[in-house]
Design a protein around this ligand. Sequence first.
Ligand code: FES
Ligand code: MG
Length: 577
Amino acid sequence: MSEGNGRGLKKGLTSYGDAGFSLFLRKAFIKGMGYSDDALDRPIVGIIDTSSGYNACHANVPDLVRAVERGVMLAGALPISFPTISIHESFAYPTSMFLRNLMSMDTEEMIRAQPMDAVVMVGGCDKTVPAQLMGAASAGIPAVQLVTGPMLTGSHRGARVGACTDCRRFWARYRAGEIEADEIAEVNSRLVPGAGTCGVMGTASTMALVVEALGMMVPGGATAPAVSADRRRIAESTGAVAVKLAADGLVPEKIMTAKAFENALTVLLATGGSTNGIVHLAAMAGRTGLRLDLDAFDRIGRDVPVLVDLKPSGQHYMEDLHAAGGLATILRELKPHLHLDCLTVTGRTLGEEIDAAGGGWPQTIVAPLSTPLYPEGGMAVLRGNLAPGGAIVKQSAATPALMSHRGRAVVFSSIADMAERVDNPDLDVTADDILVLQNAGPKGAPGMPEAGYMPIPRKLAKAGVKDMVRISDARMSGTASGTIVLHVTPEAAEGGPLALVRSGDMIELDVPTRRLMLHVSEVEIEKRRKAFQMPSHPGSGRGYKRLFLETVQQADKGCDFAFLIPPAKGDVPEGRN
Ligand code: FES
Ligand code: MG
């Protein structure tokens, strides 16, 4: 996949049909930045700078870029930083997921367009890391990921708090009338005390850990807090690793193999990681021609238990996991389940990196394999006539009593419909019912928003109901918890069975047997199918939204655009089918 006609500034000189003149012009312009010929004659390491005034998760990126530059220069190459899109979860209308593929295209094309022998991708907020790795895998030059790192925890009236599991917890208490307006205003200033990504096992932390396990990050790179000296040292060593990657020509395809993705899936399950992780891993694997097999993922989850005691499945924060030795502590426990011979960006194998890592001291964050926190993997894959293409439930963050549940459907046809009716005191709903949300999938919303964490109807919340079975084609924030079935495939907007559910229908969820069933006769389902009409979206006739709606794939394929995925060459896990 790699292209170009030489190292450093000479790479990709095609513009005028006169390579000599093109290089002359290129050098003339870049010399305007003050570089010497000596600097310009070296290999170039591009550094992707995703800082933005809207993105607190990336507030430390300028510092990290400087530290990467130092690492690159100490190793004898020339660092050149450049911007791409920056996406923050809270400032990405209509959803950050809508923009992830755009960011991956920006990343791919800017890596391709500009001369560089390797690239360091600096980013951290949820969609950023998958977007960057999707782009790098497609661009095909040596690449290494550097995450911004988790934010530190804050303190509210003597209690430790962190974004954003505690954001949800406090808001749910406020909705239930348990805390007053003055307290909710006060805690608002405590939840995000500074730079960095959400400090729980949300999507950002999940992606950081699975990408280190995948081998695309320097060892120890996932957990160091954003503002720590460790984080800057990791950035410096990432720069040095990039120079070596360039010299060795070690492209992502050689690291992001089927076995490496299986390691990443194992870590996803053992961390009780975000459900978004499975969508992103499917998309990243897809860019290397690998198809992720959801049923095989479920089988791995039967063997790999949850070991990591972090919110929302557990009780601690990322800085505690870092103090406990970070990913290496998890990998050491998981050794029997890992492919230790997989190559990492350092040029050493994952097994060698585990052995070289310190750690092994007494700690309470990562449980031993023999006494896990939860006996199975964090996620289970459901199938049935309601989700023929699969659905996901984060069983480690669900209510045990609801894992096998039959209930009456209370259907919302869209997010707007839900917002309008869910708190209506006249809504016909009890705690035993199942809330169903339609048209919140990849094409439905569009952009598959994190609307799967439907609010408990206010009258039930006030009566003390904390959880209900909720089913949708949406995603859910990695920081949320509850008995929530997500990513129902095919989605409602594609005419999937989810679109055909009506209020009053009986639905059966049985996580132990992985079943999700709609108990309505085939005849009635057929009748409803004939009456189904595809929803339309205002403004979808042009631009990026049109491209998105025309080409986005379903959740099981990672919601990537069809035209960005190369022909399939294998499966993850390898050869199990
Ligand atoms: Fe950026 Fe949570 S909002 S990581
Ligand atoms: Mg999130």
